[in-house]
Ligand binder design. Structure first.
Ligand code: MLT
Length: 239
């Protein structure tokens, strides 16, 4: 088991690894929330233009254009990147095309590497831990970070996954990235919302009036699904 702390990190280990993509603030939380509330599927896009093109190929009343730039809903898009925007009323049965600054890009990158790609966050912690524990596969938790750099909340979430998998009695071989994330998680375990609030992106969200999203992004195990991306589409999967 390993944790990639930075989005550009290459996997130094041979073979095909399961990848769990984390973007706590807020893309992976939003994807998990939307699918838990009944969205049919989510198609991540690497750019706004790609998102518009992809939505243009779908039936108009069945698709929602979603995503953010600088944290704000993109002009002309239906939804932004606040998990609370993705209520049952808005997303049930819909296909979502989703373009965020870091998270959707990371998902697309992870999908090109051969292994299976899943979506993780605090909000589906138990389901992710169960999925990892029951699969006899090497697991890599990939932190989406922020514009190529490190994000505290992603590494802490990755560390929590490592901690809980080890507590399940499964004893995966843990590489340095995983061991370091585990220590970081233990440091912040008693106040995940406070940790997220004090992170760089947490402070940025507060500065644009979106810190209301922090409790939604740090609600541990609120949902019981493990989304998986296949052929460019993310769908919900029970553990
Ligand atoms: C991203 O993908 O960069 C984020 O989820 C940014 C955000 O909207 O908070």
């Amino acid at each position: 088991m390993d944790v990639a702390w930075l989005p550009g990190e290459k996997n130094p280990h041979p073979g095909e690894w399961d990848v769990f993509v984390v973007d706590v603030l807020r893309a992976s939380t939003t994807v998990i929330t939307a699918l838990s509330n009944g969205a049919r599927e989510i198609m991540p896009a690497a750019s706004i233009a790609e998102a518009r093109r992809s939505a243009g190929n779908q039936k108009k009343d069945a698709v929602l254009l979603c995503g953010e730039r600088a944290g704000f809903r993109i002009r002309g898009f239906d939804l932004g990147n606040s998990p609370s925007d993705y209520s049952k009323e808005r997303v049930l049965g819909k296909s979502l095309v989703f373009a965020s600054t870091n998270g959707s890009v990371m998902l697309k990158k992870a999908a090109g590497k051969g292994g299976r790609v899943f979506v993780a966050g605090f909000v589906n912690m138990d389901a992710v831990v169960q999925a990892i524990s029951s699969r006899d596969k090497d697991t890599r938790i990939a932190c989406s970070g922020r514009e190529g750099g490190f994000s505290l909340e992603d590494a802490v979430c990755a560390g929590m996954i490592v901690d809980r998998v080890r507590n399940m009695g499964v004893d995966p071989e843990c590489w340095d990235g995983a061991l370091s994330a585990l220590l970081l998680y233990r440091h912040f375990a008693s106040d995940l919302a406070g940790m997220a609030r004090n992170s760089f992106h947490g402070k940025y969200l507060a500065s644009i009036g979106m810190d209301k999203d922090i409790p939604d992004c740090t609600a541990v195990s609120r949902y019981n699904i493990v989304p998986e991306m296949r052929k460019g589409r993310i769908t919900a999967k029970q553990p």
